[in-house]
Design a binder for this molecule. Structure first.
Ligand code: HEM
Length: 122
């Protein structure tokens, strides 16, 4: 069970990358439609929940500083950046909301790449 969840969490990194890249594209270029932001937000949230479950099931506090602490912090920060900037983007009324969201997903991309890199450090 925990192996399966880890495999899903592992494979989901590709969904996270694709979704975040699409959201950045929508933010700065447009054309894909605003639902791309929602989809990317959900993909990141699902990856977060999978990560938390894998962490709890695998006694994450025993996995060491990198995989047990820094990787999760990078993942949580990625989701947080996307959430905060998406909310800000929804509040602006001057038409710059998509760029704001794109900025949030750009920060999320950097943190997702960091999280993936850190997960590979064994
Ligand atoms: C949102 C961005 C995230 C991405 C892209 C991501 C990606 C990955 C990848 C690629 C692995 C490697 C799997 C393997 O070596 O087989 C992994 C492992 C892991 N991740 Fe994440 N992760 C993210 C967030 C999180 C969060 C938020 C947590 C916990 C709260 C978490 C907990 C873990 C744990 C516990 C492992 C297993 C380490 C081990 O047992 O070797 N991840 N993650």
């Amino acid at each position: 069970m925990s192996e399966t969840l880890l495999t899903i969490h592992d494979l989901f990194q590709y969904a996270a990358m694709i979704a975040v890249l699409a959201a950045i594209w929508e933010g700065f270029r447009g054309g894909l439609g605003p639902r791309v932001f929602d989809a990317a937000g959900w993909v990141l949230r699902i990856q977060l929940v999978l990560g938390i479950i894998v962490w709890l099931v695998n006694s994450g506090w025993n996995l060491g500083a990198v995989q047990g602490v820094i990787h999760p912090i990078a993942g949580v920060a990625a989701v947080g950046a996307a959430e905060i900037y998406t909310a800000r983007g929804n509040r602006v009324t001057d038409g710059s909301g998509s760029r704001t969201k794109g900025m949030g997903f750009a920060i999320a991309l950097a943190l997702v790449i960091a999280a993936i890199g850190l997960a590979e450090v064994a």
